[in-house]
Design a protein around this ligand. Structure first.
Ligand SMILES: C[S@@+](CC[C@H](N)C(=O)[O-])C[C@H]1O[C@@H](n2cnc3c(N)ncnc32)[C@H](O)[C@@H]1O
Length: 261
């Protein structure tokens, strides 16, 4: 069952990736700007890539399962110019089960929302919905991480890792993010993950908030088979957002509809 893993974490999430950039905004903004038709961003979250795409002139519909992420996105959008706001529609929805009247030239999944689906059935259901909403000549971008066997088989997972530069929330709280992967279910290919927000409030008190979530990992060739089953042909694969070859950490699939299904 699809789940909202982001309740109460929207501002922390957004500020963290604002300060510690993922380097994917230009890639998504350019794709959306050049799409020449309507764009659907699945798992749009706080609008990290959606709002820059709308600023660049794209008409974008953002869908997300998390009300908290959507409401933060609405707040950020309300601070944008009227013409940018007019180009955006935000809807609450589950990528594994949605139906809308519009069809889209470009459908994207920036920063791995697809990996929050826990089962192959849900993944196939999502691909079916995405295919139904894609124009015949449209492009679907699947964005997932490239599973790293060393990380997945590291049994010292209690360790926190990845402490990055701190950032401030609107109330002055200082936050530092770190991560933990307490367990990996290698049978079902599910990593149980934690994003840990270590906070220092303006009065000096400290607290750690832990966002628990799952990431279902899918290997490159498995993803190609899955996409084929879902009615897509993979036309290009990149290992990052600058055209790196596969093997560089991310997997970005450019897909078209397979008309023979
Ligand atoms: C890592 S965040 C990425 C957010 C945004 N795309 C970005 O690049 O910052 C994953 C997003 O996917 C959303 N999500 C997870 N499962 C979903 C589902 N079944 N349907 C729609 N959105 C989902 C989450 O609520 C979250 O906002």
């Amino acid at each position: 069952m699809a789940k909202d893993y982001y309740k109460g974490f929207a501002e922390c999430y957004h500020r963290h990736f604002e300060v510690n950039s993922r380097g994917d905004i230009r890639f998504y903004t350019e794709l959306a700007r050049q799409a020449g038709g309507k764009v659907l961003e699945i798992g749009c979250g706080t609008g990290r890539t959606l709002i820059p795409s709308a600023r660049a002139g794209a008409s974008v519909t953002g869908m997300d399962i998390s009300e908290n992420m959507l409401s933060y996105c609405r707040k950020l959008l309300s601070e944008e110019a009227q013409e940018v706001q007019k180009r955006v529609e935000l809807i609450s929805g589950n990528m594994a089960d949605f139906s809308m009247k519009d069809r889209y030239r470009l459908i994207t999944t920036p920063f791995r929302p697809f990996q929050h689906l826990a089962t192959v059935e849900e993944q196939l259901s999502a691909l079916k919905c995405i295919r139904e909403h894609l124009e015949d000549k449209g492009t679907f971008i699947l964005d997932i991480f490239d599973p790293d066997m060393e990380i997945l088989t590291d049994y010292d997972r209690a360790e926190e890792f990845g402490e990055e530069p701190p950032f401030l929330l609107s109330d002055g709280t200082e936050v530092t993010v770190s991560y933990r992967t307490p367990s990996v279910d290698t049978v079902n290919q599910i990593a149980h993950c934690e994003m840990i927000f270590s906070k220092v409030f303006p009065d000096g008190t400290r607290r750690r908030d832990v966002q628990e979530f799952i990431m279902r990992y899918t290997f490159r060739w498995e993803a190609e088979h899955l996409l084929h089953r879902g009615g897509f042909r993979v036309v290009k694969v990149m290992g990052g957002y600058e055209g790196e070859p596969a093997g560089a950490g991310d997997l970005v699939f450019f897909c078209e509809k397979l008309h023979s299904t």
